[in-house]
Design a protein around this ligand. Sequence first.
Ligand code: C5P
Length: 254
Amino acid sequence: MRAYKNSEIDFMRAAKDYIVFPLDVPSLKEAEQYVVLLSEYVGMFKVGLELFISSGPEIIKIIKKSGTAKIFLDLKLHDIPATVSRAMASIADLGVDFATVHCGENKKMLEAAVAGSCGKVGVLGVTVLTSVSSKDIHDAGFRSEFSSDMSRLVIKRTVMAKEAGCAGIVCSGLEAEMIKEKSGKNFIVVTPGIRPSWDGMKKDDQERTTTPAMAVKNGSDYLVIGRPIRDAKDPKEAVIRITREVEAVLQNDE
Ligand code: C5P
């Protein structure tokens, strides 16, 4: 099994490198508008199910042509190991930087994803979605040790992902610090559920949210920030404001 080499997070990173903008739009045309508008201002674009199902791999070429932003193909695979391995091999051929698989119930699916990636794409395990609450975990039949403290489930799944050879995991900013302590600084932590503390900011369907500053202080390497940017009156201005918040944390850390 070839391990994915993470060369980036060892080096000095600019605040914009932390910002991941998900292209959560229904058409290639709208996605392209955001790519043109934001490619100089974000470190990575995330392509998710909505856009990939409607438009396929064309968007990958558009992002690559637009500049140096990285690409995260977030299809959150969850299937039998053979299918996941073959799907990840197809993803690896697209030339993206990261791709996701659910941590799920056992390590075999994660190992299959890593084997399929052939070291060409960083495999990220999705631990527990940030839209999921303790009550959801309880109602889904998990033991009370996990529903009373969801970070235990996040840790359990992080250990599985690390042992399977994943490059990192996706979790809420609330758990980032604990994961970095347990898994080491080179194990990548990606956090969605980011909500700046601006007037009128909505949580939407997110449960376990953090501000950009809090997520970076807690050790997140990448912040997935969608609606607060996409739905802002001026998305570019929103990205710049968030980047300044991240920059202030990085400067305090020096
Ligand atoms: O910031 P916002 O809530 O709009 O972010 C939504 C994006 O974050 C979606 O692209 C969704 O797929 C992604 N997400 C994720 N993992 C989670 C929660 C959301 O990748 N746990």
